[in-house]
Ligand binder design. Structure first.
Ligand SMILES: [Zn+2]
Length: 463
């Protein structure tokens, strides 16, 4: 009898064979609070078992001495190309989402990536691209001309219809960049909040203005907090540090207070002391130096060449258009935001043929290396929480951002003693180091620190 039971147990075990086992790693899962050596087994793209006992898989990754975490979710990734997905994967990101600018048309955007993406992707229905389409703007990512202006009531109605259609097509929320559509009145913006509230969609917003000079960050934050309160829409304020600069602490206090009084408001930051945007955008209209906290031409860096600007080159490049780094965020402001428990980590990154801001390549490794390991600004568990379960909860995704049975097998395996960002403003397209394994939907996309070029397991994330 005992022998027979033994045989049954053995056959049950072999039937339990898994596709992939990540063995002996230190599982750190902020959703459950787990921080312990475990074996994680994957079958059919999902997490099948997490166990303290050994598990057998067709494939095994030895994660001894490494942290096994849920794959990072980047809520703010403008770069949605194979080049950007490679940089993201090497930085531990398994899901990269374009939530701020958003996209239009939504279904075509998803269709273009279906079966062709290294990591998971998704986007909001963007008020910016919808407004650009309706008003016939000539810009690409951001408005250049017509969509900066005032929209007629008819155009405003059309924009709302396009956003609503995008939500019908599965968009993850509504994206807005009020600073980039300066002619949009407060009433036009409020109408978008009302639509989002009706559809139970979260608004991801780049606020109307930033910096210490009014109209600036504080009144801009008051506008969106009031719109969220009045409409009932959920609100996510993007890149709080580059908007609020030295007033970041006050902005976070306002957001925390709004939350205490029942508003659904969240925010995010990237761990760098410079922002980046298009020099031809409305941000660089008359008086930009004061609005950016008292900077000058020399604090601007042309992304294509890395050169610092002068009055002459500023005028020339503003005519031409192109990406520019704005060195305007004090280091202590970055630390304030990164160590505040309200703040999620999001990159705001975009890389174009190796040119761009280092945040596109190094955001997550930089938080874990510089701010967790070197500066002890926050704990490992807390940092991972802002990269995994917090963004998943913001999105309402129960299947992502956690290591739990049944969750999507998006997993990042890194060495907490060596994880480091290598991207710089001079050489931004450098992969992070210390992340030997990244798994997307159960498929290994980074193996022994190398990209697996032949696999494309990324899937569209929809609402
Ligand atoms: Zn922005």
């Amino acid at each position: 009898m005992r022998l027979m039971l033994g045989l049954i147990a053995v056959s049950a075990l072999s039937a339990q064979q898994f596709d992939l086992v990540i063995a002996n790693g230190r599982v750190v899962d902020p959703a459950s609070g787990t921080d312990a050596v475990r074996n994680v087994a994957i079958r059919a793209g999902k997490i099948a078992t997490i166990s303290a006992s050994p598990l057998r898989g067709a494939n095994t990754v030895d994660a001894r001495g490494l942290v096994v975490a849920p794959g990072f979710i980047d809520l703010h990734s403008h770069g949605q190309t194979p080049e950007n997905y490679r940089l993201k994967a090497r930085d531990g990101v398994t899901t990269a989402l374009e939530m701020e600018a958003g996209v239009y048309p939504v279904s075509r955007w998803y269709a273009d990536r279906e079966g062709r993406a290294l990591i998971n992707y998704g986007a909001t229905a963007g008020q910016i691209p919808a407004r650009m389409a309706v008003m016939h703007d000539t810009g690409t990512l951001l408005p250049r001309d017509k969509a900066i202006g005032v929209a007629t009531p008819e155009q405003q109605r059309e924009v709302l219809q396009l956003i609503a259609r995008g939500l019908d097509e599965g968009a993850l929320g509504v994206g807005m960049g009020i600073a980039y559509t300066a002619g949009a009145t407060r009433a036009e913006i409020y109408d978008v909040f009302r639509l989002a509230a009706q559809r139970k969609a979260t608004i991801y917003v780049h606020m109307r203005s930033g910096g210490p000079v009014e109209p600036g960050a504080i009144d801009a934050l008051q506008e969106v907090l009031a719109d969220a309160a009045g409409s009932g829409a959920s609100l996510h304020v993007v890149h709080i540090t580059s908007m609020c600069l030295r007033e970041t602490g006050l902005c976070l206090e306002m957001i925390g207070g709004a939350r205490q009084r029942g508003l659904d408001v969240t925010t995010e930051a990237y761990p760098y002391t410079a922002g980046m945007t298009d020099i031809s955008s409305a941000i660089f209209g008359e008086g930009w130096e004061q609005r950016q906290g008292g900077i000058s031409y020399g604090d601007l860096q042309w992304a294509k060449t890395g050169e610092r600007l002068t009055a002459e080159s500023f005028a020339r490049y503003r005519q031409q258009g192109g990406m520019i780094a704005i060195h305007s965020i004090p280091e202590e402001v970055v630390r304030t935001a990164v160590s505040n428990p309200l703040v999620m980590i999001a990159s705001d990154g975009i890389m174009d043929e190796g040119k761009g801001h280092p945040r596109a390549a190094g955001t997550y490794a930089r938080v874990l290396g510089r701010y967790v390991r070197e500066q002890h600004a926050l704990s490992l568990m807390d940092a991972l929480r802002r990269m995994t379960v917090m963004p998943a909860d913001r999105l309402g995704l129960k299947s992502k951002g956690r290591l739990a049975v049944g969750a999507d097998a998006d997993i990042t395996v890194f060495d907490p003693d060596h994880i480091t960002d290598r991207a710089t403003f001079e050489k931004p397209a450098q992969y992070s180091e210390g992340i030997p394994y990244v798994v997307v939907n159960g498929v290994i996309v980074v193996k022994n620190g190398e990209l697996q070029e032949s696999v494309l397991p990324g899937r569209g994330v929809r609402r």
